[in-house]
Design a protein around this ligand. Structure first.
Ligand SMILES: [Ca+2]
Ligand SMILES: [Ca+2]
Ligand SMILES: [Ca+2]
Length: 300
C-alpha cells in the first residue's frame, strides 16, 4: 500500500468519513484537520476570555463592596447614634415634663400654705392689737385702783414710792413750755419729775412708749425737772442734786443748740436704747408734754 491509499484509509475512519462524503468536491483531509484545529483554538480563546471576564467582574464586585461597605457602616452607625440620641431626647423631655408637673403641684401647695399662714398671721395681728388695747385699759385700771387706794391722786400712776402724771394721758394736744409745765405740776400737788434711779428711768421710758405710740422725735418728749439754767453745762435737778450720769443723754446731746442755747431737759421714747432718752431744749420757746412726780411719803 502507498501513502495515498494510507491517507484515504485514515480519512475513511469516523466522521472524517462523513465529511469526506459531504465535501467530496475537492477538500483534502488535512484541510479538515486545520479547520478543526482552528475551531478548537477559537474555543480555547473564548473560554479563556470568559474566565478572565468572570474574574474581572468578581474583582470589580469585590472592590465595590470594599468601597461601599465602610461608608454604609458609617451611615448605619450615625443612624444608630441618631436613634439613640432621639430616644435620649424623648426621655429627657418626659423627665422634664414630670419635673414641671411636680414643680407646678409644689408651687400650688406652697401658695396654699402661704395663704393659710397669711390668714393665721392676720389673726395673730388682730389678737396682738386686741392685747395692746387690753393692756392700755389695764394700765388705766391700775392707775384708777392706785388712786382709789389713796396712794396717788386721780390721773397719776403709782411706781415704788412715787406717783407720776404723764400730761399726754390727759390731753394729747395740750403742750406747755418748761416753766408752765412745772407750774401745772405744782398745782397738782407735785413737781416735775426727778429721775434718780435706773428703775425710775426704765419706768418712765416704758410708759412714754405706750403714751406716744412709738413717736421718737424730741417734739413728742416730756419735760423733766433738770436744767443748766444757773451754770451752763452743769445740769441740776429741781431738788438741787447735780446730775453726773452722762449715759442718759442721746447721741450729740446736750448740745445747747442755737444762739440762746438750750437749758431745760426732756425725755423721749428710744426703743433701740431706753437709756439714751434725754435732750436739752429751749425752756421758754419749746412746748412739750410734761411729767410730774409726787412722793407717796408726803401722804403718810
Ligand atoms: Ca424720782
Ligand atoms: Ca444749756
Ligand atoms: Ca438739744
Amino acid at each position: 500500500m502507498d501513502n495515498g491509499q494510507r491517507k484515504t484509509n485514515n480519512c475513511s475512519n469516523g466522521h472524517f468519513r462523513l465529511s469526506h462524503q459531504v465535501f467530496s468536491g475537492g477538500y483534502t483531509c488535512s484541510k479538515y484537520r486545520l479547520l478543526l484545529l482552528c475551531l478548537g483554538l477559537l474555543n480555547v480563546v473564548l473560554l479563556i476570555s470568559a474566565v478572565v471576564i468572570g474574574i474581572k467582574c468578581a474583582q470589580i464586585r469585590q472592590n465595590s463592596l470594599h468601597v461601599s461597605h465602610p461608608a454604609a457602616a458609617q451611615l448605619l452607625n450615625q443612624l444608630h447614634d441618631l436613634h439613640n440620641n432621639h430616644s435620649d431626647v424623648i426621655m429627657a423631655e418626659e423627665d422634664a415634663k414630670r419635673a414641671l408637673e411636680t414643680a407646678v403641684i409644689n408651687h400650688a401647695m406652697l401658695r396654699d400654705q402661704l395663704q393659710q399662714k397669711k390668714i393665721i398671721n392676720d389673726g395673730y395681728q388682730k389678737q396682738l392689737e386686741a392685747l395692746r388695747t387690753e393692756r392700755t385699759t389695764l394700765l388705766s385700771n391700775i392707775s384708777a385702783l392706785e388712786s382709789s387706794c389713796g396712794k396717788c391722786p386721780s390721773g397719776f400712776l403709782h411706781f415704788n414710792t412715787s406717783c407720776y402724771f404723764f400730761s399726754s394721758s390727759e390731753s394729747s394736744t395740750v403742750k406747755k413750755n418748761w416753766h408752765d409745765s412745772r407750774t401745772d405740776c405744782i398745782n397738782r400737788g407735785s413737781d416735775l419729775i426727778v429721775i434718780d434711779s435706773p428703775e425710775e428711768q426704765a419706768f418712765v421710758s416704758n410708759n412714754i412708749k405706750n403714751m406716744v405710740s412709738g413717736r421718737m422725735s424730741w417734739q413728742s418728749g416730756f419735760w423733766v425737772g433738770l436744767t443748766d439754767i444757773e451754770t451752763e453745762d452743769q445740769w441740776v435737778w429741781i431738788n438741787n442734786v447735780t446730775e453726773v450720769e452722762p449715759r442718759y443723754w442721746d447721741e450729740g446731746e446736750p448740745n445747747n443748740h442755737g444762739p440762746d442755747g438750750e437749758d431745760c431737759a426732756l425725755v423721749i421714747h428710744r426703743p433701740s436704747n431706753p437709756w439714751k432718752t434725754r435732750y436739752d431744749a429751749k425752756c421758754k420757746e419749746h412746748e412739750l408734754y410734761w411729767l410730774c412726780e409726787k412722793s407717796t411719803r408726803h401722804n403718810q
